[in-house]
Design a protein around this ligand. Structure first.
Ligand code: GLA
Length: 504
């Protein structure tokens, strides 16, 4: 079920001299990458990866897989609230060469020297590495799949491990989902190594995306399902609107005369314990806001009103008219931050119980009450308006209203900055500079607290745009030297979803 190494090497060589090679492996690579635009770069990467893999592992046969990163065009922090997002998968990915093993060991090497090799056993409950360790993303995927198949009465002893070398070209800790791409990649490797076919049908992909969204919480984030879904179900040339609970996707073509330019603020959005708390405070506040609203609505109507997420505030779900919903919700959440005591009072239960129900970290510890209190109104406003902006953006793209779409991106940034408070001075400056440099729309993308911005730029302006941002942001604002910022700003193509090639 895999490719003999000499065939693989031959293919890489053929592809180098004849990029339209007809072998199945070269067709796989050609369907995964735009060889016309970046064939040389892709082949260079795969040659390097192959050399690394064959130096490290004794393989006669191998398979290959890739999982793309993403850039979210609009819809930030809406996913875990049950509201839609609108990302695209990008032509930057995590790629691997791998072979199944005959035992239950997983060995993962990385071409990047900063990521030391990791090795662990497949067992019912896999203990995590310390927070922030890259190996946890692989463990998350394997544990998630083990849990899934255990429900189907298949225990850990029935699975075999694999050895893989991974090479990534997604900027790390930059809000482009390199970590979820790694989770998706390891899941595909595990499935393929065990001849499982969850990833081979459209319904299977939806199930896998859902499962991996839950699985990634293993690393300690309380994120939603956007990143795994777009990495698995990206569509070349298209942005993808993703709805949740249940997961659904709908593609929308990107405008041909515009480009999506990503710029790295260079502020690292790392996944340290402290950074996780910053991110996780938002889902906690949203859960608390939803609990307060559920209580208020239920008291108002004298019946149990089914609200568990902010995204449940919908006419069809609650059987209450839209205008009533917003009247009651707006009145229930005051502008001043809420203390835990006050929330507990509204919910009619103790502060301890409230914290235990809504403020728990994955390890069971309680998320501390922020000194400034819980900003329920601001978070609620952002989430509801951002969900609306996603719907409007999809319509704008479908109607080819490009400037309308750009304006929605600008409004999204404002809301991320002022209401959800996930921006930082560098991101704000980069967004301002991008607009001055001609972007039709520009905003932070991803979890926030650093990372990248995404800008919508007319294709004919891209070169001048990048030149101006280089000058105004990287050189004048950050004080970097020219040679230091070449790779920090680039335009992205919308790529297809993750794939695996394990031979005939
Ligand atoms: C992270 C999470 C996603 C989403 C974004 C913010 O990337 O993994 O699920 O919540 O942040 O939109």
């Amino acid at each position: 079920m895999s490719i003999p190494v000499d065939q693989w090497l031959q293919m890489l060589e053929d592809a180098g001299s004849e990029p339209t090679g007809e072998s199945r492996i070269s067709r796989y690579l050609q369907s995964s990458y735009d060889f016309l635009a970046e064939g040389k770069r892709v082949l260079g990467r795969y040659s390097n990866l192959t050399k690394y893999h064959l130096d490290r592992f004794k393989a006669d046969e191998l398979s290959t897989a890739r999982a793309p990163g993403r850039v979210n065009l609009i819809g930030e922090h809406t996913d875990y609230n049950g509201l839609p997002v609108f990302p695209m998968a990008v032509n930057r990915d995590m790629a691997a060469l791998f072979s199944p093993r005959n035992d239950r060991k997983v060995v993962i090497a990385n071409t990047e020297p900063g990521f030391a090799e990791r090795c662990f056993d497949i067992e019912e409950s896999i203990p995590p590495y310390p927070t922030g360790d890259w190996g946890n993303y692989c463990k998350a995927a394997v544990q998630g799949l083990l849990d899934h198949y255990r429900q189907k009465r298949r225990g850990a002893e029935r699975f075999r491990g694999f050895e893989a070398t991974i090479d990534g070209d997604i900027p790390i800790a930059a809000g482009m989902s390199s970590s979820s791409a790694l989770v998706v990649l390891c899941a595909l490797i595990f499935l393929s190594s065990n001849r499982l076919d969850l990833h081979t049908t459209a319904e299977g992909l939806l199930e896998l995306a859902d499962l991996l969204a839950g699985a990634e919480r293993y690393v300690g984030t309380q994120g939603g399902g956007m990143d795994q879904a777009i990495s698995l179900m990206g569509a070349s040339g298209h942005a993808v609107k993703i709805d949740f609970f249940p997961l659904r996707i709908r593609t929308a073509p990107l405008p041909e005369n515009c480009s999506i330019v990503v710029a790295d603020s260079t502020v690292k959005a790392a996944k340290t314990a402290e950074a996780l708390d910053k991110y996780n405070r938002r889902p906690v506040e949203c859960r608390l806001a939803a609990a307060v609203l559920k209580r208020t609505f239920s008291e108002h109507y004298g019946r149990e009103v089914p609200i568990s997420l902010l995204g449940d505030l919908k006419e069809e779900k609650l059987a209450i008219t839209e205008s009533e919903i917003w009247k009651i919700a707006d009145a229930a959440l005051h502008e001043d931050p809420f203390t835990l005591e006050e929330i507990a009072g509204i919910l009619g239960q103790s502060a301890e119980k409230t914290a235990a129900l809504y403020c728990k970290r994955r390890n069971g510890s309680i998320f501390p009450e922020p000194a400034e209190g819980f900003k329920l109104q601001q978070r609620y406003r952002h989430v509801i308006d951002e969900g609306r902006r996603v719907e409007q953006s999809v319509r704008a793209l479908e109607e080819e209203d490009i400037s309308g779409f750009g304006e929605l991106m600008n409004r999204s940034h404002q809301s991320c900055r002022d209401l959800y408070e996930i921006s930082c001075p560098e991101l704000d400056r980069l967004v301002d500079i991008s607009r001055e440099a001609g972007a039709l729309g520009s905003r932070l993308t991803g979890a926030g607290f650093g990372g990248c911005t995404v800008s919508l730029v007319e294709s004919k302006q891209v070169e001048a745009f990048i030149h101006q941002v280089n000058k105004a942001y990287y050189r004048d604002y950050l004080g970097l030297e020219d040679r230091e910022f070449g790779a920090l700003i680039f335009s992205c193509q919308a790529a297809g979803g993750a794939s695996v090639f394990a031979g005939a």
